[in-house]
Design a protein around this ligand. Structure first.
Ligand code: BGC
Length: 373
């Protein structure tokens, strides 16, 4: 049976100690529970359930720090998950394309799978054509994180991972902490911190795929999206930015006012898979994107401290995996809004730096805020 952790729920712990799972399900009001979910690399994997006062439920595993679901009511009160995922660890072990996972040490691509830092050239695994994608062969999405449940008034979990010097070719022992918190007003906050003992690139993100209708029978091309970005980073045929920051005005990349994703879709060969340069004056937490869907009445706002947003329309989804709702994950059935620094920054001196130095602390916050009407 799942256990209760939050200090404020000690009474609940006692009350539920002898309850059946069914009673537990109906009684669950608020807090964080965990259950065994399997084993990877000799380490125990858990599935954590975060439930807020509003009754929204987010499940997160310490395998890859993966958000496996976010269940919320639509405008008719029907509950479904707006995040794509699976019910079993074994499916995540088949290497799906980063569904819900924490991505690191470097989210998105590094060109030609190498970079030079302080006179040394570091070679990475080329796991995406000639480039390195999402941290390499065994990135942060495929490792077991150490998880604890903080003594918090809100449902939350803290994940820690020590990425060793040389892991996947990157320099420095990188100590990473990620805290997921679900607020009562349906905000899912992800707070990342990291320190290192050698200079290294760091670019952490979460790779959740969303479909606000709750069913991947519906493509995301009917969702509306607004992104607060006047510019984007055009890419070469291998999806590495050319270095240009191009104005979106007059192009299919103009989402400065809410637009149906499908509106200009046919003018973007292969679909959207681009980094948007967010309009911002500083690195405070600010709203950068709003996604909405009229079928469910749901709206998802994205807040971040990051300078970029990778908008990806699930162009490579090929039906190999089946979502919670029993339907195949086909092309354009889900989309990602990955907050990040720009792809290939270690090779692009004009992009905001991703280099973390010893003595500095990497700190990044992203919040996805859900509402329904
Ligand atoms: C990338 C895509 C990639 C997807 C899944 C996105 O962040 O931009 O090109 O296919 O992740 O790996």
């Amino acid at each position: 049976m799942a256990k209760w952790f939050n200090a404020g729920l000690i009474i609940a712990t006692v009350a539920f100690a002898s309850c059946s799972e069914a009673q537990h399900e109906t009684s669950a009001t608020m807090g964080t529970t965990k259950k065994d979910w399997g084993e990877v690399d000799g380490k125990q994997v858990y599935l954590y359930t975060l439930t807020n006062k509003a009754g929204d439920v987010v499940t997160i595993s310490n395998y890859g720090g993966t958000i496996t679901s976010w269940i919320s009511p639509d405008k008719n009160g029907n509950k479904s998950s707006i995040i794509i995922g699976f019910d079993s660890l074994s499916t995540y072990r088949q290497n799906p394309p980063y569904f819900g996972a924490l991505v690191g040490r470097y989210g998105n691509r590094i060109g030609k799978a190498q970079f030079t830092l302080n006179g040394t050239t570091y070679k990475l695994a080329a796991n995406n054509g000639p480039n390195s994608l999402h941290g390499g062969i065994k990135g942060f999405d495929k490792v077991v994180w150490d998880a604890t449940v903080p003594d918090s008034t809100q449902p939350s979990i803290t994940l820690k991972y020590l990425s060793k010097d040389g892991e996947e070719g990157y320099p420095g022992n990188l100590d990473v902490t990620v805290v997921y918190t679900l607020s009562d007003d349906d905000g899912l906050k992800i707070e990342y911190t990291a320190t290192t003992d050698k200079a290294t690139p760091v670019n952490l993100t979460n790779h959740s795929y969303f479909n606000l209708t709750g069913s991947v029978k519906n493509k995301i091309l009917d969702h509306y999206l607004q992104i607060d970005a006047d510019r984007y980073t055009p890419v070469d045929p291998t999806l590495i930015p050319t270095g240009e920051l191009k104005a979106v005005k007059g192009t299919p990349f103009d989402f400065t006012t809410a637009k149906k994703i499908g509106q200009d879709f046919s003018a973007v060969p292969g679909g959207y898979d681009h980094n948007f340069v967010l309009n911002r004056k500083d690195s405070s937490l600010q709203k950068v994107a709003t996604l909405s869907d009229s079928v469910s009445g749901r709206t998802l706002e994205v807040y971040t401290t990051e300078p970029g947003l990778q908008f990806y329309t699930g162009n490579f989804l090929d039906g190999k995996f089946t979502n919670h709702d029993g339907n195949p994950l086909l092309v354009n059935t889900a989309l990602c809004m990955e907050t990040q620094h720009f792809p290939d920054s270690p090779n692009k001196p004009d992009f905001p730096s991703t280099i973390l130095e010893p003595g500095q602390t990497y700190h990044s916050i992203t919040e996805y805020k859900l509402s329904v009407k």
